[in-house]
Ligand binder design. Structure first.
Ligand code: HEM
Length: 414
């Protein structure tokens, strides 16, 4: 992978430029990527750092994770000049921004709470949350799918930690605000600062109530496990609050965007959509293919040492965006990538949940909730068709659709 031959300094390369923050790019990134590949196979520039858009380059460079590469969320706070604010502190101290032993220790404490078995045990709870939503929304016969989908991951997360349903609308607004923070638009700063304070109040209150004996179910849940770890001195009080906020922040717009992007893709494939209603196992394959086909989350890294890769010298301090939403369409990794095929047997796995040390902690919860949710949804929301134009969220961070108006044939609960 790496070479000892003459390396070209990064600054001297002729690289294509990608307008990562433009709506046109968010709407059709592949158009730009295909043009960029003609100039350079794996690297481009942007106003926000370099862009890696090839699967093999992403995989190779991620071998430097926790050695020569780190998550620079504190740097994002610096760019926005908000380091000493509640949001800046959270960006700096949250699990995604921790490195080396500090990250490994925290991850080791919480990982047993997020295994496939733990996620599978909560599938009935996930189905229950989707049924409640469908009972409320299906009689309308038409709605904005993105809005509908936004309530599902919050409802599931609230149920997983025993938070009362009344908080959902308030949390949803906060998560929407926090979700755009990585778009690095200074105009959004007051919004996400306010949202941060609200999320803080919410989790501090939730923990205090649980400690005082208030609970919504008799079954021990994720909140109990996190409080217990804190009681044993494995996590600090602040880490407990940050982890709870993180579960909402990391799981909200990612899950909602993947659901909306999946629905958007399946509007072109009514056969696939209809089969999701019939067969949960098939639906699982569809969700996996959707994660490859058009995922939501790009990953940001900063090199902490010089790295040479394919004869290019990438100096310490280089910011790299790994553009997952298009990396799943790399033809060298995924043959015939434009074909949406739930049965595909690619030699590579998609990287929608990231790679390396920070690979998504909630990936099994995410998969289980989207699989169960889509299976039930396809049974009740029959023959969906798009009734208006879609918008696009900023590509950086968690991208996806902004609005997906659909009409459909309502079906009663089975
Ligand atoms: C389809 C939905 C989801 C997608 C596509 C997704 C994607 C990702 C990606 C790409 C990363 C790595 C980011 C990086 O390395 O820079 C990540 C990390 C993370 N995700 Fe998810 N995620 C999803 C749902 C969830 C859910 C539901 C939860 C919580 C239950 C969650 C919790 C986390 C956490 C805590 C991290 C940070 C892990 C660490 O730093 O060690 N995610 N996610």
């Amino acid at each position: 992978m790496e070479s000892a031959t003459t390396e070209q300094p990064l600054a001297e390369l002729q690289l294509p430029h990608l307008p990562l923050d433009s709506t046109d790019f968010a709407a059709d990134p592949m158009r730009y990527i295909l043009a960029a590949r003609a100039t350079h196979p794996w690297l481009a520039t942007s106003d926000f750092g370099y862009v890696v858009h090839e699967y093999a380059a992403m995989k190779d460079l991620f071998r430097h994770e926790d050695g020569n590469m780190r998550v620079p969320l504190d740097g994002v706070a610096d760019i926005l000049d908000v380091r000493d604010t509640p949001w800046g502190r959270f960006m700096n101290e949250q699990v995604l921004n921790l490195h080396g032993p500090a990250h490994q220790q925290l991850r080791a404490i919480v990982a047993p709470m997020f295994t496939p078995r733990r996620a599978n045990e909560r599938r009935e709870l996930m189905r229950e949350k989707m049924r409640v939503l469908l009972d409320e929304w299906v009689p309308k016969g038409a709605f904005d799918f993105e809005e509908f989908a936004s309530y599902y991951p919050i409802s599931v997360m609230c149920a997983l930690i025993g938070a009362p349903g009344e908080v959902i609308p308030k949390i949803r607004d906060s998560l929407e605000a926090l979700g755009v923070a990585l778009s690095m638009d200074p105009k959004t700063i007051p919004l996400f600062q306010r949202a941060m304070l609200l999320m803080d109040e919410f989790v501090i209150d939730l923990v205090a109530r649980r400690r005082a004996g208030e609970r919504t179910t008799a079954v021990a849940d994720l909140l109990d496990a996190l409080i217990e770890a804190t009681g044993q001195g494995l996590m600090s009080e602040r880490q407990l609050y940050d982890m709870l906020i993180n579960l909402f922040v990391a799981g909200y717009d990612t899950s909602k965007n993947v659901m909306t992007l999946t629905m958007h893709a399946l509007l072109q494939r009514p056969d696939v959509y209809a089969q999701c209603a019939e067969d949960l196992e098939y639906c699982k394959l569809v969700i996996e293919e959707s994660l490859r086909y058009r995922s939501s989350t790009s990953l940001l890294r900063e090199l902490t040492a010089d790295v040479s890769y394919r004869d290019v010298l990438l100096p310490a301090g280089t910011l790299l965006w790994f553009t997952n939403p298009v990396i799943g369409r790399d033809p060298d990794a995924f043959p015939d990538p434009e074909r949406f095929d739930p049965w595909r047997k690619d030699p590579n796995r998609h990287s929608a949940f990231g790679l390396g040390a920070h690979i998504c902690l909630g990936q099994f919860i995410a998969r289980a909730q989207i699989q169960e949710g889509f299976h039930l949804l396809a049974q009740r929301v029959r023959n969906p068709r798009q009734t208006g134009p879609v918008g696009y969220r900023p590509f950086m961070g968690a991208g996806g659709l902004k609005g997906l108006p659909i009409a459909f044939d309502p079906a009663p609960a089975g």
